[in-house]
Design a binder for this molecule. Structure first.
Ligand SMILES: O=C(O)c1ccccc1NCC(=O)[C@H](O)[C@H](O)COP(=O)(O)O
Length: 205
């Protein structure tokens, strides 16, 4: 079974809908680099509304360590996700499980990066270019997904209900992650698109 993370939640009702339809995780974006940025208080409200057994992921990108500590203390997410040029040691300093995003817009030349985060709980391969923010709607060559890594791999970037089954067939990821493919505008989730996406993933097997 492929797990599902619905990312870029800005409204409790959208996050609850995702959980009710069977998403395994929801994400809230805290970094100022995002069109989907929520405040610490908004993120806490969304995270607190989640039922048991739905993981919550807080996203940062090249933010100050002090800010990340405030996220941990206030939001209390299940996992952190780092999207910038942070090193493995930097991400691990918080003593929390974390996901590291790798910019696969660089193609095969990005693959060595996947071995640079031995302490990550998982690696999220995303379609955007190096230094760019996530949530771009850009996909990458799914056949580049490696199969010899110890950590679970999460496929992200430009996924929609129309292409996610092909993506799963080719990349065979542990999980898929989606933001823009389930939205009507940045941060505003379209419940019909969310339902179709989750159903497409569930019927991919
Ligand atoms: O979503 C954002 O706005 C964002 C901004 C800065 C860093 C990361 C961000 N999102 C990270 C995610 O995990 C997205 O879900 C992932 O990039 C996939 O996005 P999309 O291509 O729109 O499905």
């Amino acid at each position: 079974m492929t797990r599902i993370k619905c990312c870029g939640m800005t409204r409790v009702e959208d996050a609850l809908f995702a959980a009710q339809r069977g998403a395994d995780a929801i994400g809230v974006v805290l970094t100022a680099r995002s069109k989907r940025k929520v405040s610490l208080a908004q993120a806490k409200t969304i995270v607190d509304a989640m039922p048991p057994f739905v993981s919550t992921v807080a996203l940062c990108m090249d933010d100050e360590a002090e800010f990340v500590r405030a996220v941990i203390e206030t939001v209390r997410p299940s996992l952190l996700q780092f999207h910038g040029a942070e090193s493995d040691e930097w991400c691990a300093q918080f003593g929390q499980p974390y996901l590291k995003a790798i910019a696969m817009g660089e193609g095969a030349s990005a693959l060595p990066q996947l071995r640079a985060y031995p302490q990550a709980a998982g690696l999220l391969l995303d379609g955007h270019g190096l230094g760019e923010a996530g949530g771009s709607g850009k996909s990458f060559d799914w056949s580049l997904m490696p199969h010899d890594l110890r950590q679970p791999l999460i496929l992200a970037g430009g996924l929609t209900s129309a292409n996610v089954q092909a993506a799963i067939r080719i990349a065979k990821p542990w999980a898929v992650d989606v933001a823009s493919g389930i939205e009507s505008s940045p941060g505003i989730k379209d419940h019909g698109k969310m339902r179709d996406f989750i159903e497409a993933v569930r019927s991919a097997h």
